[in-house]
Design a binder for this molecule. Structure first.
Ligand SMILES: *Cc1c(COP(=O)(O)O)cnc(C)c1O
Length: 358
């Protein structure tokens, strides 16, 4: 073997400029950058999950279809278990959707939005076709339909409430797109528990609809990687051809089912999170030079008159981490609603930074 062995030479040419996903780690900061649930897991639910350790047969493979969890999700979402497919985070399901319906074709994406749609499209060898949202970040259904027709795309990626902009689409906009195209239309509702219209009522009428959801945000299970999709059986059957047999581990399956049993506890947390979001929103509108966008989710998109990169690093110096948006929305920042203390710390840091640098 040559000393200059280069495995890259065997990698598909169009993948060679992809960059590994490397989130920075800032230990000890107030984390308001990833839209996670800031509250600890309800005590009793945690004890219940702890008890799973002695109940699960770790030496056996998990249930490949996660039937118990599917039933529980179906009950929670108001669908039939056969309309549910679970994944190792909804990221895995986005990967499957791009492989199944995007590969060798085009994927229409309403941008700016969650960057994984573009990344998984590229991994699948699909060409992302980005259709810009309106000034207020709403989706223009006519533009989406035209783009699908012109590109021949088999897959459309919408997000509502949209990450990172925070706005949700009314059902009639989603419906106009579903009715006006034969492509598979995905509506990512990762933040549905915080706001926006539930697309489930459209499922029975539109066999081309896929709804994506997750336990990572509202249910505080980001670390256990549980996402799911809701769709008609025809779409699910196509994805089952490529699904990894044991994609969701036994522990995460059981933990997600347990979380659903404590729904009222989580609902209390959601109320507190929304209250914090509204407080942050109100305080921010009073800081000079700060523009905030309305939000139907647990985070807020904002702009500052001073450089966003500078605000981001000054916040970090003060121990608060927010998200600095990259190429999808340059000059913008996104902050997640935290606990009351965290949110207050963010606001007070913002105030002093804006005072210092103006
Ligand atoms: C966070 C997020 C996800 C990722 O969810 P996982 O289930 O943790 O993979 C999916 N979609 C959007 C829009 C998100 O913001």
């Amino acid at each position: 073997m040559s000393k200059n062995f280069n495995p890259g030479q065997y990698v598909r040419e169009d993948l060679r400029d992809l960059q590994p996903y490397k989130p920075h780690d800032y230990p000890g900061v107030i984390k308001l950058d990833a839209n996670e649930n800031p509250y600890p897991f309800p005590r009793e639910a945690l004890d219940n999950i702890g008890a799973l350790l002695s109940e699960i047969n770790f030496h056996r493979y998990p249930d490949p279809m996660a039937d118990k969890l599917r039933e529980d999700i179906a009950g929670y979402a108001g669908v039939r278990p056969g309309q549910v497919l679970v994944g190792n985070g909804s990221d895995e399901i986005i990967f499957y959707l791009a492989q199944a319906f995007g590969s060798g074709n085009r994927v229409v994406i309403a941008s700016p939005t969650f960057s994984m749609y573009r990344i998984h499209s590229r991994i699948a060898g699909a060409e992302p076709v980005e259709v810009p949202r309106e000034e207020d970040f709403s989706i223009n259904p006519r533009l989406i339909k035209t783009a699908v027709k012109a590109s021949g795309a088999g897959l459309v990626m919408l997000c509502s409430p949209n990450n990172p902009t925070g706005n949700a689409e009314p059902l009639d906009v989603i419906e106009e797109i579903l009715a006006g195209t034969n492509a598979v239309v995905v509506v990512d509702q990762a933040y549905l528990e915080f706001g926006g219209d539930d697309c489930v009522p459209l499922l029975s009428r539109y066999p081309n609809l896929v709804i994506l959801r997750t336990f990572s945000k509202a249910f505080g299970l980001a670390g256990l990687r549980v996402g799911y999709m809701l769709a008609g059986e025809a779409i699910i059957n196509e994805l089952l051809r490529i699904k990894q047999p044991y994609n969701l581990n036994a522990f995460s399956q059981a933990a997600a089912s347990t979380a659903l049993k404590y729904l009222p506890e989580f609902q209390k947390q959601w109320k507190m999170i929304l209250r914090q979001r509204d407080c942050i929103m109100e305080e921010m509108t009073q800081i000079p030079g700060v523009t905030v966008y309305p939000s139907d989710a647990n985070y807020i998109l904002f702009q500052t008159a001073v450089d966003a990169g500078l605000v981001h690093s000054r916040l970090l110096e003060k121990g608060v981490l927010v998200r600095k948006l990259g190429q999808e929305l340059p000059g913008h920042l996104r902050v997640s609603a935290g606990t009351e203390d965290e949110s207050r710390a963010f606001i007070s840091a913002m105030r002093s930074i804006i005072n210092e640098v103006k």
